[in-house]
Design a protein around this ligand. Sequence first.
Ligand code: SAH
Ligand code: F3S
Length: 460
Amino acid sequence: MTKSTRLKRAYVETYGCQMNISDGELMEGILANDGFEIVEAPEDADVVLVNTCAIREHAENRVLGRVAQLNGLKRERPDLVIGVTGCMAQRMGETLFERAPYVDLVMGPDGYRGLPDALENLEGYRSDRGSNSRIRGPQLAILDLSLGENYQGLEQRRTEGPTAWIPIQRGCNHRCTFCIVPYVRGPEKNRNPLEILNEVRDLTSRGVTEVTLLGQTVNSYTSMDLSFPNLLSEVARVEGIRRVRFTSPHPNDVTPELVEVMATEPAVCEHLHLPAQSGNNRTLKRMLRRYSVEVLLEKVELVRAEIPEIALSTDIIVAFPGETDEEFRDTLELMRTVRFDEAFTYKYSAREGTPATRLPADEFIPMPEAQVRLEELIEVSRGIQAEINAREIGRIDEVLIERVGRYPGQILGRTRRNKVVAFDGDSERIGCYTHVGLERTTGATFAGKETSQPELVGQS
Ligand code: SAH
Ligand code: F3S
C-alpha cells in the first residue's frame, strides 16, 4: 500500500562493497514494497538515497562531493529529499547535516526497515508547514544499531540477471584495529538458514544460476546448529544452482570442513578470497588480525592441497602505523610466496574511533612514503598476476556470460576461477554458459574465443 502522498519515485545510488550493493537492493525492495517506483536517475526521483561506504577517507570524500552535486537538483526542485544511508551515514551521524546542510535524512545500516516511515515523517512535517519546503528541515537521523536486525522477511529488489548477491550475515565480531566496520555495522548477526535457502530456490525459479553469499566474515556464519560449511553445501545442492561463491572469509575460519565442502560440492567455484592484510607478524598482531603469517600459509597449503585449481585473491594494507620498511618487505615476500591471482591493495587510512588511530602520532607514515610502498606492492602483485595469467593461455574454461563488453559485438563472462574473459558473441546470450578458449591476456583480464566444450576424459 502506498503510504506517502507525494514522494513516489526513489533513486538509490550505491558506493562501496558487495554488501553495500546488496543493501542498495534491499532499500529498493523495501521502498518498492511501500509503493515507490524505483527510477534509474536522480533527475527522475522525489527521493534520492546515497548509500555510502566509510572504509577509507577517500570513499567518504567522494560521497560528500556527490551529495553537493545532488544539491544542484534540489535547488531546482526544493521538494527533493536527499538521504545519506549506510556506513558513512552511521559514522558521521548528525555531523553530516553540518557538512552537508541540504541532506534531509541520515540513516545507518540497521535502519532500512524504517525507511518508508522516515520518509513519511519528513513528508508529513513538510506538508504541515505548507508546500513551501524551502524552509529547511526537518532533518532526520536514524542511527540505532540493533543486535537483532538481519532484515528477516524483507525482499531485495534485484535486477534481472544470472547472478545474485545473498547477504547471510551482517556486522562483524572482530576488531581489526584499522577497521570501521564493527562500529558502523555492529556485531555479527546471522540470517535464518531456511530463509536463505528459500531465497536461493526462489532465485533459481527466476533464472539465477550463480549466487554469492555475503558477510563481513562470511565463513564464521552459524545459525540453528548450521555452520558455514553446512550452509554452503546446502546452497550448492539447490536444484538449478550451478555456481556458488562467497565473500569475504576470515582466514581463521578457513577450516578443513570448509575446504572439504569447497572441494567436493561441484557448484562451489574454485576461487577463494583470503584477505591477508600484511605479511609481517608484528603488524598482523598490531592489526589484531588474530593469525600469523605461518597460519595463513598453512591455510593456503590446505586449500591448494584439496583444490589444486583454486584461484586465490587477497586484500593488503600498506603503511599501517608503525610498519617499518622491513616489515613492508615481508608483505612483498608473502606475495611472492603465495602468488595470489589478484590483490586488492590499499594505503592505510585512519578512521576516527578505530583503535589504530590511538597509536603514537610519530608512527603514522607520511603519505608520500605510503604511496611509494603501495606502488611497489602493486608492481609486484601485478607482475605475479600477469605471469599466472600468461600461463593460462590455451586453457578452455567454462564461462558464464554476464554482460556486454566494451565494443559492439563483444560480451564478457567469468570463469569459475573468477577470471574475466571478453569474446565475440551475442548479448542475447547473457545468462548462458559456454566454453571459451583463453587466447590473450592484458595481465588482469583475458580475450578469447568461444569453442565447443572440451572432451571430458572418461565420459562417454
Ligand atoms: N571483512 C570485510 C572487510 C571489509 S573492508 C570484507 O571484506 O567484507 C575491505 C578491505 O578494505 C579490508 O580487507 C582491508 O584490506 C581494507 N581496509 C579496511 N579498513 C581500512 C583502512 N582503514 N585503511 C585502508 N584499508 C582498509
Ligand atoms: Fe573489518 Fe576485520 Fe571485521 S577487517 S569487517 S573488523 S574482520
